[in-house]
Design a protein around this ligand. Structure first.
Ligand code: MF3
Ligand code: CO
Length: 257
């Protein structure tokens, strides 16, 4: 069921998004060689709770942490570990979500550890750019598949591939609500977007092939060919005008981040 949020509910989701943005910004500042993904997870959980919010990933379908920390060829759902020590030249995707007074926010970014190759930086940049290309279709009257089509066009024209096995989603009281928001497809299909809908667009872009598999831990998704993968996500409010990035407060299209 797709839920339309009222002004009071949107205000709460805006607050949750601003909080999550702060958490992710602080996490980004901690990424350096020698840091473990477990330390990043501890830090995130403490910060979220200090704000009076709840980490939404922790215990979600049994997930054991408050963030997902996915390194290099890991696509998403990497489980933080004291034995995962970040090394110069790696890329790490951090995905995090929180619940404030019953309302969810979900966001992810990818960053380099120390100095990274130009190719890795290009993958991160193109992934973010594909999100913003898709955002042009996150408006009332567009169809859900217009978003995925925009992601696919953008990344394939630049020699990358878009992971198909996982997709974005509606969000609200639940982290995952209808509709699903795929990152590929032909335009003009699926649900028509309406003002008051809140969705997560989250391109997962691989340097190689788009096929993925899940490791034996039951969570970690990796590219089958071992190629690097980047992830970028925000919680978005559909309006009658420009979309509002709830997890990127102060964003205006003209300025672009
Ligand atoms: N944040 C992911 C998403 O974007 C879901 C995290 S799964 C969890 O949909 F198990 F880690 F919570
Ligand atoms: Co999500």
């Amino acid at each position: 069921m797709i839920t339309i949020k009222n002004a009071a509910q949107i205000a709460k989701m805006r607050e949750a998004g601003a909080m999550l943005h702060d958490v992710l910004t602080q996490l980004k500042g901690k990424i350096e060689p020698g840091m473990t993904t477990k330390e990043l997870d501890r830090f995130a959980e403490k910060l979220i709770r200090s704000y009076g919010a709840v980490p939404s990933f922790l215990n979600y379908e049994g997930y054991p942490a408050s963030i997902c920390a996915s390194v290099d060829s890991q696509v998403v759902h990497g489980i933080p570990s004291a034995s995962t020590v970040l090394k110069e030249g790696q890329i790490i995707s951090i995905d995090c979500g929180l619940i404030l007074d019953g309302w969810q926010s979900d966001s992810a970014f990818t960053a380099g550890v120390g100095k990274i190759s130009d190719d890795a930086q290009r993958l991160i940049d193109v992934t973010e750019e594909s999100f913003f290309a898709a955002l042009d279709f996150a408006r009332a009257g567009c169809r859900i598949s217009d978003i995925g089509h925009a992601v696919q066009q953008y990344v394939e024209q630049r020699g990358f591939s878009t992971v198909r096995a996982l997709c974005g989603h509606g969000i609200g009281r639940e982290m995952h609500e209808d509709p699903q928001v795929p990152n590929y497809g032909i335009p003009g299909h699926g649900v028509r977007l309406r003002s008051g809908m809140t969705i997560c667009i989250e391109p997962m872009i691989a340097a190689g092939d788009y096929h993925v598999k899940t490791l034996k831990d039951g969570w970690t998704v990796v590219t089958t060919d071992g190629s690097l993968c980047s992830h970028y996500e925000h919680t978005i409010l559909i309006t009658d005008g420009e979309p509002e990035l709830l997890s990127l407060p102060g964003y205006h299209k003209e300025e672009k981040r």
